[in-house]
Design a protein around this ligand. Structure first.
Ligand SMILES: [Zn+2]
Length: 348
């Protein structure tokens, strides 16, 4: 009896541990793939159970392979499931690393990267390199990288996250929002098949999304503050928005300040569009769905972004720019996203 009880407890503990380790988006993706291929892994709930393992074993033995007992890169590559590989330098604080993993988990759950993205990386895996800017770039294989970006060499692409020491010192949420920002670019590239113009929809979207994310999870955001700092963006947003369609014409420093520092100008145009869309009697959630997601899907088979714009938003770009010219810096409050808005309500 005692033995039986003991073994039950041991089994229960092992089961819990297994669940905790495997309950993630990779498991969910594998379960979905197995179902698609005609196996029966049970519900795609992200929890690795007996059914899932039996289905995986069936699949593997059909290929003359056996399961090594651990869901990792091997399995993901085999199913051509997109995944990230984390290369995180220990110059970063443990607290940041934990948050990084949490944030990536939420993002992959709420807005998974489209399988199109596999085309742009080797073996359906994208490396993320992260380190604290107080040390020299510790990754010898990629000496030239710095700052934060999605970079590529024609063969593959990777994410660069060099986090400036000051962002820890002054408790800047940018140390987290930058993760969201760069992830969002991967999302856009996947959906649009790498057709990521115009700049104000691309960078404006990434900026607004990262700020909505930190507002939801950390209770504050620098969006409003950025809009209120006149030096960060130019009035050409209202008079000549075409400049914001390209990086080359919108990243300059002028006598009045920057054209688009922190992408504040792009974000303003972006949120003005969301505001205009809501006048077509669509909800705030739906309007954000159109700008964050549907526009990029439309672009995957429409290389002319102005056409994709009109198809998605039912308004042409000239008309939109005319409406934009009626806005001013006084309209900041009018265009800020509702604080109660959750990203889960947008990408459902
Ligand atoms: Zn960006």
């Amino acid at each position: 009896m005692a033995n039986k009880l003991q073994s039950f407890i041991v089994t229960a503990i092992i089961f819990l541990l297994t669940q905790a380790t495997y309950a993630d988006s990779s498991v969910k993706a594998i379960q979905k793939k197995l179902s698609e291929l005609g196996y029966q892994p049970g519900d795609a709930d992200g929890i690795w159970g007996k059914k899932s393992e039996a289905a995986l074993n069936q699949f593997l033995s059909s290929k003359g392979l056996t399961f090594d007992g651990k869901i990792d890169t091997n399995e993901l590559e085999l199913f051509e499931i997109f995944s990230f590989k984390y290369n995180i330098d220990d110059s970063l604080p443990v607290a940041w690393i934990d948050e990084f993993k949490n944030i990536m988990e939420i993002l992959q759950e709420v807005l998974p990267v489209d399988k199109n993205f596999n085309k742009y990386v080797n073996k359906s895996t994208m490396d993320i390199y992260a380190w604290n800017g107080k040390v020299k770039n510790p990754f010898f294989e990629k000496r030239e990288m710095s700052g934060a970006s999605i970079s590529g060499d024609g063969k593959t692409r990777w994410m660069v996250l060099e986090i400036p020491e000051n962002e820890f010192k002054y408790d800047s949420l940018h140390r987290y929002s930058v993760i969201v920002h760069e992830y969002f670019h991967v999302y856009q590239i996947g959906l649009s098949k790498d057709r990521v113009d115009p700049k104000w929809l691309n960078e404006g979207g990434a900026k607004v999304f990262e700020e909505m994310f930190v507002q939801q999870y950390y209770g504050r955001s620098s969006l409003r503050g950025d809009f209120e700092r006149a030096q960060l963006w130019s009035d050409e947003v209202f008079t000549n928005p075409k400049l914001y369609e390209k990086f080359e014409t919108s990243s300059k420093e002028t006598t009045d300040g920057w054209m688009d520092m922190n992408y504040a100008g792009s974000a303003f145009i972006f949120l003005t569009l969301v505001n205009e869309l809501q006048k077509q009697s669509i909800s705030e959630e739906e309007a954000f769905q159109l700008v964050f997601r549907d526009f990029w899907i439309e672009k995957s088979d429409e290389s002319d972004w102005e056409k994709a714009f009109e198809k998605t938003f039912k308004i042409n770009i000239e008309t939109f720019y005319e409406r934009l010219s009626e806005y001013s810096r006084k309209d900041i409050k009018k265009i800020l996203p509702s604080r109660s808005l959750k990203i889960q309500d947008i990408f459902n």
